[in-house]
Design a protein around this ligand. Structure first.
Ligand code: CTP
Length: 396
């Protein structure tokens, strides 16, 4: 995911340094290149050997070692982003006034990339006027601050001062500094999850959709630089990216209204939701009581959102539908593509092992307007999302 991205991680002397190991792991797992620079005090908290093994790079500790000069200017220029986590009160103060008495500080002062800091200290130090003043001056200098969490501190006290969790730091950095620009300024609308059609105040008609596929596509689109809005029905997933807009709806009618409202500003709409085809003709005001042996429900058709968008879409708008089939898959999907006037249909077959609701994998075929079909192998839903996004990239 982060192939070719260069991450420079600075570690200072704080007990939270052990957590930075997980941050390094996360960037390495995402295929980023990681280099680590530490202050002398950091060595007391985390072993340079561990950091070197995990980052797959030599750890930079001093300005000169064995008559060899470490080039802090080049290190600062090498990075796409520099993250200092944890940032101690001491290094924070030095950064604020430009003191440069170790390799980390020298690198900070010569870095040309965005700088992100995740401070960690005891609550009294955090709240001290000097610390707050130093933070303000770093902010003025353009440094991005990931504020501290509240919780148990090294002193045993409970309060503000814990370093943000590695996951939160990772997603903050990815979302703010490492997104691609392929879909920059494109507005993408994605429906995800299932709808619930109320029978009475305590019951509904629904389906097994969890929203995993829709959210995976939304995240991939977002990482490619798009503005993404999800119209989410009933879902069992969440996204770590704060910039993805999520509008929650319950019923097919609510989804229809939300989608129609957003569609005007949409460049690409991807309808991954499992919308209920029918809803109860009437929703009982009170709980339906158990009486007869048989109960007949009367259902009426819901509006078809995809078909409606197909009927109003403008030339510049791209419309991608999904089709879930259990028989004559390609033929049914092709019929849906034509009858709903979509530009492409992503076909899932419930017959395929490893494909379906709630699973982490999926196997798809994409059919486009020209009648071409492309079969993909069974993959994780994240990898499937990448395939769908690169397919879209080729037809926009
Ligand atoms: N869809 C929609 N609104 C509906 C029903 C479906 O927008 N009321 C969209 C789905 O989000 C999907 C596509 O239409 O993108 C196909 O959904 P699917 O359930 O496979 O097919 P249906 O059109 O409902 O037809 P059928 O149930 O007969 O297969």
């Amino acid at each position: 995911m982060l192939q070719g991205k260069k991450i420079l991680i600075g570690i200072t002397g704080s007990i939270a340094a052990y957590k930075t190991i997980l941050l390094i792991r996360q960037f390495i797992k995402a295929n980023a290149e990681v280099k680590v620079v530490i202050t002398p005090a950091a060595k007391e908290f985390v072993s340079p050997l561990v950091l070197a093994v995990l980052s797959k790079n030599k750890v930079v500790t001093t300005l000169a070692e064995n008559d060899e000069w470490e080039n802090h200017v080049m290190l600062g220029r090498w990075a796409d982003v520099m993250i200092i986590a944890p940032l101690s009160c001491n290094t924070l103060a030095k950064m604020a006034v430009g003191i440069c008495d170790n390799m980390l500080l020298a690198t900070y002062l010569s870095a040309t990339c965005p700088i992100v800091i995740a401070p960690a200290m005891d609550e009294d130090m955090w709240k001290h006027a000097t610390t707050q003043r130093n933070l303000q001056s770093l902010k003025k200098d353009g440094v991005h601050i990931i504020t501290v969490n509240k919780g148990e501190l090294a002193s045993g006290l409970i309060g503000e001062g814990r370093m943000a969790e590695p996951e939160a730091i990772y997603f903050y950095v990815v979302e703010n500094f490492l997104r691609a620009t392929i879909f920059h300024k494109k507005n993408i609308l994605i429906t995800a999850g299932g709808t619930h059609e109320a029978l009475d105040p305590v019951r509904f008609l629904g389906n097994y959709s969890t929203g995993k596929m829709g959210f995976a596509i939304a995240e991939e689109m977002y990482l490619q630089g798009a503005n993404v809005t999800i119209i989410a029905g009933q879902v069992q997933v969440a996204t770590p990216y704060k910039g993805i807009k999520i509008l929650a709806v319950k019923t097919a009618d609510e989804m229809y209204d939300a989608v129609v409202k957003e569609f005007k500003h949409t460049d690409i709409a991807i309808m991954a939701a499992a919308v209920a085809d029918y809803k109860p003709k009437q929703t009982a005001k009170e709980k339906i009581k158990k009486k007869e042996n048989e109960l007949t429900l009367q259902l009426i058709k819901n509006k078809d959102i995809l078909a409606y968008l197909g009927s109003i879409k403008k030339k510049h708008q791209l419309l991608i539908g999904f089709a879930l089939e259990t028989q004559q898959e390609k033929l049914n999907a092709l019929n849906k593509l034509k009858s709903k006037n979509a530009d492409a249909i992503v076909l899932n077959s419930l017959k395929q092992k490893g494909a379906g609701f709630g699973l982490n994998t999926n196997k798809i075929t994409i059919l486009n307007k020209d009648g071409n079909t492309k079969d993909y192998s069974l993959k994780s839903k994240d990898a499937v999302a990448k395939d769908i996004v690169s397919f879209i990239r080729n037809i926009v």
